[in-house]
Ligand binder design. Sequence first.
Ligand SMILES: *Cc1c(COP(=O)(O)O)cnc(C)c1O
Length: 397
Amino acid sequence: MEKPAIAGGTPVRDTKLNYGHQYIDEADIKAVTQVLQSECLTCGPKVNELEKRLCALTGAKYAVACSNGTAALHIAAMAAGLKKGDEVITTPITFAASANCALYCEARPVFADIYSDTYNIDPKSVREKITDHTKAVVAVDYTGQAAELDELLALCHEKGIVLIEDGAHSIGTKYKGKFVGSIADMTTFSFHPVKTVTGGEGGAVLTNREDLYQKLLLYRSHGITKNQAFFEQESHGPWYHEQIDLGFNYRITDIQCALVLSQLDKLEQFSARRREIVKRYNDAFIQMPELFVQREIPESDTTRHLYILRINPELLTIDRKGFFEAMGAENICCNVHYIPVYYHPYYQKLGYRPGLCPNAEKLYQEMMSLPLYYSLTDKDVDDVIMAVKKIVTYYKK
Ligand SMILES: *Cc1c(COP(=O)(O)O)cnc(C)c1O
């Protein structure tokens, strides 16, 4: 076997640094404990409180909290009316769930290419992929930077297509002065522990449309409603409820909601620290020709979830794999976000082939995610920068 790349000498760090980590304080623990000592563990007041809070934060009219970001995408896809034969356009540079939500509805994901510098879905490529079967676009705010929402919305509404924004990375981000969550037809969030705000697990869908809101409520909970306005039969009495569609149990617990609410108290703090770290990385890397820095669009005031280090392999004697291994040897654990979705065997078996999205595939060859989270110290950040510089210097052409 080939030896892994090492830039030599003693590692920059003697303890391992992970690429992502949650931050939990006493207030979070107290909030969760209070729910455990209360009447309702699920379907209680904290769910409503979280939904109201997400509306207040973003300016969206409605929010439906659910069990995770994938469930949020699934009920959003259902609310968009996706069914067999429909097509959904999304980016390959995302977590598989952004495309899987189409497959759950027996619709077909279609991959549009990304911009080579911001790494977000390119509306020009979306336009090229639209057919008579296209029913939705799932645009990801990749790394937290808002996608070109105005262009995408105009395009989608021109064609009668629903825009679902996968905002798993972008809670706290503003686009042209408005918080994401209040802009697209539906926006989904994830509260997984590596995301900016966590509930252990958790998710939400935000929308301004009443009709979509009612569907989201239904699909979150079995397709069952207690709302008399939707009853198809005569009520049998006060206990009466009806299943009028087929939904799932995608409910979130009050325990998780309490944690998310307590975390949201710290969102500004989380966001500010993430921005500081991004700035430190950018300042360190911007002058180095061996590296590319992700382009920021002025329309997005970004709370960054991921920091992408992209190498220029033409100026280095190692490739991304070598660089990744060399970072590991410095005790800095990186990650790669993401393997293009259609590279996965499941998608290959569905007939997708490499070559669909050249910009996305090139990015995949050259990138890795550096540590980025609230509790990183300045020393940690300096260690990461030092490790990157050490490896670049060692493997420079
Ligand atoms: C995390 C993530 C999801 C899925 O969220 P879960 O809460 O883990 O189900 C979906 N899309 C993107 C882009 C994500 O990063």
